[in-house]
Design a binder for this molecule. Structure first.
Ligand code: HGY
Ligand code: MN
Ligand code: MN
Length: 416
């Protein structure tokens, strides 16, 4: 049997088949997935994942946020486990690989270790974090945030979706509310394998992203209060136009972000008008500004500038303006010793690689608050993600999983 660091490889075909099997659950309308957190589709995907893990000899633990922990025993029951995971929940128009690749590659690592009868001192825990996307219940990375002590369980349970359903009630409804105290588990290390969700690796023709950092984020939810009035008979000078204020704020966010280049992004993905009637000026407009940059000072400067200028825009139009930070994490530096394991595994395996900063947020960002953590990335076609057309190649998927196997086995310490 090759020792750790020699040509250990996963079974790429089995990984790809598992990805395609999982993709059948909660299909989208254009080839991707709509398996949003705590829906019946999410529950179905969880069940399949549980069956696969138990067939691979893992035992399941579920915490009070619904995160799934599938343990492969180590030889030393006292040794803290190496956690390897990501998320199975998707965006409403998500791809087949965002999150899912990391969870199923972690399972593939266990399957390969079983095939090769590899024993390790530290247990391995394959992890499916609940509600990574934050699409249905903001903020993103909610369950890993509770695990890391960033959010209280009560705060998380009371997050609601657009229909007013709460996280706690939905978790109960789908039958995945576990008993374990969230965050009681201690980690020796945490690895997350994820598609890049950006264009860099493909453009640079690199198979592996050695993730050194993750950019920080603010999600600023603005609530603008205008005056509902007839869009036809209300003279322009009499309008209290929250919709106009929103459009000026969006333009301003673009301007502030472009003034902070390079390495800054900003925009809006979600917005609600009410009453959202074609011939009624909106009484209320709610939208979330998403700004991100790897630079801490720049991130805080952008937030302050956007909030200040948004208040001035609303004052000028006589529109009420309130803002709530509904998502945040500071820029993350991953554990150098684990980053080096990823880099040397890519070198051992002969895969092209480059250091990269993660543009998207991941559960690893919160895991890094409570344990040494790092990530591995693979390219995705055209850098496209959070789109049903998200695509990777089986070769890209397998290469990253090979690196994951090496880094995890080495960290978990092979026992002869
Ligand atoms: O928003 C993010 O970066 C992640 O996809 N939840
Ligand atoms: Mn993801
Ligand atoms: Mn995502």
């Amino acid at each position: 049997m090759p020792a750790a660091g020699e040509n250990l490889k996963i079974n790429g075909e089995r990984l790809w088949d598992s990805l395609m099997e999982m993709a059948k659950i909660g299909p989208g309308v254009a080839g991707g997935n709509n398996r949003q957190t705590l829906t019946d589709e999410d529950a179905e995907g969880r069940k399949l994942f549980q069956e696969w893990c138990e067939a691979a000899g893992c035992t399941m633990g579920v915490d009070q946020m619904g995160t799934m922990f599938m343990t492969r025993p180590g030889t030393d029951p006292e040794a803290l486990p190496v956690y390897v995971g990501s998320h199975l929940d998707t965006q409403p128009t998500g791809g087949k690989y965002d999150g899912v690749l990391g969870v199923l590659a972690a399972l593939e690592v266990v399957r390969t270790m079983n095939d090769l009868d590899i024993k390790t001192k530290h247990p391995i825990v394959v992890t499916n974090w609940a509600n990574e996307e934050g699409a249905r219940f903001a903020p993103a990375m909610l369950a890993s945030g509770v695990f890391a002590g960033v959010h209280s369980l009560d705060y998380a349970y009371n997050r609601t979706d657009l229909e007013g359903a709460s996280y706690g009630a939905e978790l109960q409804r789908i039958g995945w509310k576990g008993e374990e105290e969230v965050g009681a588990r201690k980690m020796h290390a945490y690895f997350e394998y994820h598609i890049e969700q950006g264009p860099i690796l493909e453009a640079e023709e690199k198979s592996i992203g050695v993730v050194t950092h993750c950019q920080g984020l603010w999600w600023l939810e603005f609530t603008l209060t205008g005056k509902e009035a007839h869009t036809g008979s209300t003279p322009m000078a009499m309008r209290v136009n929250a919709g106009l204020a929103m459009s000026r704020i969006l333009e301003m966010v673009q301007e502030v972000t472009m003034g902070e280049q390079p390495n800054a992004v900003g925009g809006v993905g979600q917005m609600q008008f009410s009453p959202n009637s074609r011939n009624v000026l909106p009484g209320k407009v709610v939208f979330t500004v998403d700004i991100r940059t790897p630079d801490q000072a720049k991130l805080d400067r952008m937030r302050a500038e956007i909030e200040k200028r948004a208040a001035a825009i609303c004052d000028e139009l006589g529109v009420g303006c309130s803002v709530e930070a509904v998502g945040h994490f500071d820029p993350v530096t991953f554990a150098p010793e684990l980053v080096e394991k990823v880099r040397s595994a890519a070198e051992t395996l002969g895969y092209s690689h480059m250091d990269i900063i993660s543009g998207a947020g991941h559960d690893a960002c919160w895991a890094a608050k409570v344990a040494p953590a790092t990530m591995i990335m693979c390219p995705c076609v055209g850098g496209l993600s959070h789109n049903e057309a998200e695509e990777i190649s089986p070769e890209w998927a397998a290469a990253g999983a090979d690196v994951l196997l090496h880094a995890v086995v080495e960290t978990a310490e092979i026992v002869e």
